[in-house]
Design a protein. Structure first.
Length: 259
């Protein structure tokens, strides 16, 4: 194994010596003028590959280097990240957590270049899989189950608008049973399909004469007959043949206080 002379950079650097450093590739050891010592792989005179840097204050960084900077710091197996470690990506994102055979696997956290947390949760073979929290750039926050990098299973989304959805997901869409709470106070509880209200459900209104609609939706629109609980003095149901035409019936009374 070829090593740089540890004193190679202790004194003034001549053009000749500087040129020799830039041309060096392979395994070696170098002591910098500031007292830092690097041992490991080089390419064109810079740390590149597996190596460790012992700093003049005693700190040690061991991992995988690229262009003179450490890109992965942590445990390795067969030259790949394995165990706990921290990796800095070329776009500035940083992942810190568990690894397996060079892939993110287990619990981990990835941060954006500004330091804000993007995702905190489970990974499987380098993709989001399991339980975790994702914070979107637009302000939406999802906490729940993931499968193959998509929201899948039970989860809660708090939108930037402060609307919230609590329920089942399928391939990134609201799908199954759930509850949607809107910022204006309206609440829908029932079935969803492909991100739309779809199937049987109940819609409760925060304002207006209609307090509650019970019926069936298709692709976000009412279909068929609806039982609407309304604010009227005689406290009766109103049946809706469609979205706009009410038909009064005294089928049964309801306990609703007039506004």
């Amino acid at each position: 194994m070829n090593f740089f002379n540890p004193r190679f950079l202790d004194g003034p650097i001549s053009e000749d010596k500087s040129s020799r450093i830039k041309e060096y590739s392979g395994e070696g050891e170098i002591k910098y003028k500031n007292g830092n010592v690097y041992k490991g792989a080089f390419r064109n005179g810079e740390p590149q590959g597996i190596g460790n840097m012992t700093y003049n204050d005693g700190r040690v960084q061991e991992g995988i280097w690229k262009n003179g900077k450490i890109k992965y710091e942590g445990e390795l197996r067969n030259g790949k990240p394995h165990g706990r470690g921290k990796k800095t990506y070329s776009d500035g994102h940083v992942y810190e957590g568990e690894w397996k055979n060079g892939m993110r696997h287990g619990q981990g956290t990835i941060k954006r270049p500004d330091g804000s947390v993007r995702y905190d949760g489970a990974y499987k073979e380098d993709i989001r899989d399991g339980h975790g929290t994702y914070r979107y750039k637009n302000g939406d926050v999802y906490t729940g189950e993931w499968r193959a990098n998509k929201r899948h299973g039970y989860g809660v989304m708090t939108y930037a608008t402060l609307d919230t959805y609590d329920g089942e997901w399928k391939k990134n869409c609201k799908d199954g049973k759930g509850t949607m709470r809107y910022i204006n106070g309206d609440v829908y509880t029932g079935n969803f399909s492909k991100d739309k209200i779809h199937g049987k459900g109940t819609y409760e209104y925060a304002a207006g004469d209609v307090l509650k609609s019970i019926g069936e939706w298709k692709d976000g629109k009412k279909i068929g007959f609806f039982d609407d609980i309304v604010r009227v003095r005689k406290q009766v149901y109103y049946d809706y043949d469609d979205d706009t035409t009410p038909r009064r019936t005294k089928r049964r009374k309801v306990s609703v206080s007039p506004s």
